[in-house]
Design a protein around this ligand. Structure first.
Ligand SMILES: [Zn+2]
Length: 459
């Protein structure tokens, strides 16, 4: 079978639902996944889906493909991605697939695949593609059972998070999968919840479900201030990423949230290794060290962080994009619902306002993620050359692109694994220094015709 290679990406399979993810294609993916894992003796898989309009169709085709290899499927229906992960653990499955387009525009959809609860990614996804191209599928006749797992999931979270204070929170689920579960859960735990866009709707009529994009959280910020709430919580479409607004209506970048969580984890597990990605603020490793932890910077990519965390036996990891992984009292997968529970628990235990806790973390002036165009064929080459160039002059961390350390600030350039773009971020002690560091990067980038940007991109 001929396939569009572009849908087999670094961390998932993703494409335009009605063009790239046809029934035939998805059925072949199901066959290929179950063949790949079936060759290793794995044959019991959980399948879940998000709220997207195409998800039910895709899930049906996927299941058809999986059982045609003789593997068995447990269909857990419409759930957040972390509930899919939870069900793999809870139901003792060998793996699972989540049909989700996460935060992407409505015409997209995708598949997040797991072996156990580890992500299937990188080279493994390329192998799935090859199995489809060669058509070498195992044959058999498996079974499908439906299972409602949400109650068990909710009970598990309730057993782990206890609150004494009545916190007031605004929840923006972006009409995604967290909309039904999360607000009810926090109400049951004694919170006053103001619901924003919590109706499940795959048309995403209000905004795309990505709480890390400032323009999508404007309403959430407004409501937090209007209701004088303790905080606002945003979930992405499949609830594996979180965005937080503090009681003063400020967007709290994930690296500051990770700092806060690290302090909490280190209180109970001193000297632990905390893993975070290269996009995070210099304040984070400083803060982790201040509280007796061992900071470990790693490559961007949720699958990569999860793997590194396992390798280092780390109890906690987080990514600038809002993926947060707790293994101290939880399973080690990224679950934005559980993570928000941990945040509520910190507020409850300390009795402090979120803004107070955040303001205790050292502050640098930073830019959000800056994304500039660079063709897929050129991006890795350009970044490799930039790493070499910067190394001649500066101290460079090169685990993922170049994070150039200037002492009083830093700049990052890395190639996106998922899009034809370079990702940049800058941070410094002062505005003037921030501009200087940006200019050093602009001058370097200008040497490469494949890189396209304007000054506006760096604002
Ligand atoms: Zn997501």
């Amino acid at each position: 079978m001929k396939v569009n290679p572009n849908i087999f990406r670094e961390y998932d399979i993703r494409g335009i639902a009605e063009k790239d993810l046809t029934d035939n294609m998805v059925e072949a993916i199901g066959k290929s996944y179950a063949t790949y894992l079936g060759n290793n003796g794995l044959r019991k898989f959980v399948v879940g889906r998000d709220v997207r309009l195409s998800s039910e169709r895709i899930q049906a085709a996927l299941i058809k493909g999986i059982i045609s290899t003789g593997a068995d499927v447990i269909n857990i229906g419409l759930v957040p991605t972390p509930v899919l992960y939870f069900s793999i653990v809870q139901l003792n499955a060998d793996g699972g697939i989540m049909v989700t387009g996460s935060h992407n525009p409505i015409e997209f959809n995708g598949l997040k695949m797991c072996k156990g609860i580890d992500s299937v990614y990188g080279e493994q996804i390329q192998q799935l593609k090859q199995i489809i191209e060669h058509g070498e599928f195992i044959k058999g006749q498996g079974t499908v059972v439906d299972k409602d797992i949400v109650d068990e999931y909710v009970r598990t979270i309730k057993s782990k998070i206890k609150l004494n204070r009545k916190l007031k929170i605004v929840i923006d689920a972006g009409n995604g999968t967290a909309g039904e579960i999360a607000p009810q859960l926090w109400e049951d735990l004694g919170c006053e919840v103001i619901r924003l866009y919590c109706e499940l709707d795959g048309n995403f009529p209000n905004h795309l479900p990505d709480p890390t994009v400032p323009k999508y959280v404007v309403d959430l910020q407004k409501l937090v201030l209007e209701h004088q709430a303790d905080l606002g919580i945003g979930y992405d479409g499949d609830a594996d990423r979180i965005g937080v607004i503090d009681d003063r209506g400020r967007i709290i970048y994930a690296d500051r949230l990770i700092a806060l969580f690290s302090r909490d984890v280190l209180k109970r597990m001193p000297q632990s290794t905390i893993v975070f990605d290269v996009k995070c603020s210099q304040a984070l490793p400083e803060y982790i060290e201040q509280y007796g932890g061992n900071p470990l910077m790693w490559k961007t990519g949720h699958a990569l962080l999860k793997a590194k965390m396992k390798q280092e036996n780390s109890p906690f990891a987080g990514e600038m994009s809002g993926h947060i992984f707790f293994k101290d009292e939880y399973f080690g997968f990224d679950d934005a619902i559980y993570a928000s529970g941990r945040l509520l628990r910190i507020l409850d235990e300390t009795g402090n306002k979120l803004s107070q806790l955040i303001d205790e973390i050292p502050y640098f002036i930073s830019t959000p993620e800056i994304r500039i165009e660079c063709a897929d064929e050129a991006k890795f080459d350009v970044v490799a050359k930039l790493v070499d160039e910067f190394k001649q002059e500066q101290d460079v961390i090169d685990i993922d692109g170049a994070r150039v350390q200037f002492g009083d600030g830093w700049g990052l350039v890395r190639a996106s694994n998922t899009q034809p773009v370079l990702v940049l971020r800058f941070e410094a002690k002062t505005e003037e220094r921030l501009e200087e560091i940006k200019n050093i990067f602009k001058t370097k980038l200008n040497q490469y015709p494949a890189v396209k940007f304007s000054d506006q991109d760096f604002k």
